[in-house]
Design a protein around this ligand. Structure first.
Ligand code: SAH
Length: 362
């Protein structure tokens, strides 16, 4: 059985031809799944019985199950998903005025090892397939009332999207297709730790998605510490690739900066950031650290945040503070999976009557 969502439109057309079904059925099939939100081929009422039967015998639409669903008081909904091999990822639906934004994962775990992030604490298991990425979008879409549509996608869930570029671009191209989710490229953001070769490939891709680069430090020494993969890459190569992306696409670049109290929020850091941002058509997304259980970092106080922000805005930098959403449901990706795994471990240990193991220190 193949996962239907891994097929390109051409793959589906070829399959239809092979079985002597007319090719106009392809767009009907996609519309049933992506727009009319059906759960099975049997519900595709305008398809002949034989075609529905053939589809059911050849393909599955769903390869993932919902292990847990949580809803926060601000309406944010988060899904913990279990994939066919037992790997787990997280996906989030955020409500903000008329925006319905989804935050989607690209890998099971993450290899980047950013010190403050829950997703990478246990390393990476594997890349998600194009179908598994799309399936998250469909599961989140089905949490919406019938008359509401998904409006924005951010690849800011678990994993490093640019370490799984072809599947991510494949899934986002489908999401952009008017026959399917129909979400414009300006409403789709790929967030990356900064992998220059992949950023250059993105620049040559026919669709220009919004690019967000997780900077978190304004100089090599601090970034090497907070984002360990930086040691093998380096800020200057990342910035050169980002400039190339801007030259080709003319899309304003977003830089993300997780603010960690007394680590990367000093006056000197803000000034260094100004010198990176000022020459570029860029904006800064400041994200106060969302505490992860067991990690030693702290969110900055209101005063520290205001001071940091003040230096940048005075220097004319466009800046947004991303206020936390869905706090009480562990909406920073990786946390729900981690808590779930630890609860399961605890249960296992209490069944066996042993002491649970100490958490390894970060
Ligand atoms: N690998 C991609 C996507 C990661 S998640 C990237 O690095 O951009 C999206 C953003 O959330 C990243 O900027 C990431 O650094 C940030 N993030 C991770 N853990 C966080 C935490 N505990 N609090 C706030 N932001 C966090």
């Amino acid at each position: 059985m193949q996962h239907l969502l891994n097929l390109s439109n051409n793959d589906l057309l070829a399959w239809l031809k092979e079985r002597k079904h007319p090719t106009f059925r392809a767009s009907q099939i996609w519309q049933w799944i992506f727009q009319k939100r059906v759960a099975s081929f049997q519900e595709m009422e305008n398809l002949p019985k034989q075609l529905r039967q053939d589809l059911t015998e050849s393909f599955t639409i769903w390869s993932t199950t919902i292990a847990k669903k949580t809803v926060a008081t601000d309406q944010t909904q988060k899904l913990l998903l279990t994939h066919h091999d037992g790997g787990q990822t997280e996906s989030v639906l955020l409500f903000e005025k008329n925006r319905r934004t989804i935050c989607v994962s690209s890998q099971v775990g993450c290899a980047m090892g950013c010190l403050f992030c829950a997703s990478g604490l246990d390393g990476v298991d594997r890349n998600l397939t194009q179908g598994e990425i799309l399936e998250q979008m469909l599961l989140l879409q089905r949490l919406l009332p019938d008359d509401e549509r998904l409006s924005h996608i951010v690849m800011m869930g678990m994993g490093e999207p640019l370490a799984n570029l072809s599947h991510v671009l494949g899934a986002l191209t489908v999401a952009n297709d008017p026959d399917r989710l129909g979400i414009g490229t300006r409403r789709i953001t790929i967030s990356t730790v900064g992998i220059p070769a992949s950023i250059v490939k993105m620049a040559d891709y026919p669709l220009a998605f919004q690019l967000a680069v997780s900077l978190h430090a304004p100089n090599e020494a601090l970034r090497d510490r907070l984002v360990p993969v930086n040691k093998n890459i380096g800020l200057s190569k990342i910035l050169a690739a980002v400039d190339q992306y801007y030259e080709k696409t003319r899309r304003q670049i977003t830089f993300e900066y997780v603010l960690l109290s007394d680590i990367n929020d000093h006056t000197s850091h803000a000034k260094e950031l100004v010198s990176i941002l000022r020459p570029r058509n860029a904006m800064l997304n400041v994200i106060p650290y969302n505490p992860v259980a067991g990690l030693p970092y702290q969110s900055p106080s209101k005063q520290r945040l205001a001071h940091f922000k003040g230096i940048l805005t005075e220097a004319g930098i466009t800046l947004k503070v991303r206020h936390r959403k869905g706090d009480e449901i562990n909406a920073a990706c990786g946390q729900l999976r981690r808590n779930n795994a630890q609860t399961q471990k605890k249960e296992l240990y209490s069944i066996e009557g042993e002491k649970s193991p100490e958490r390894k220190s970060p």
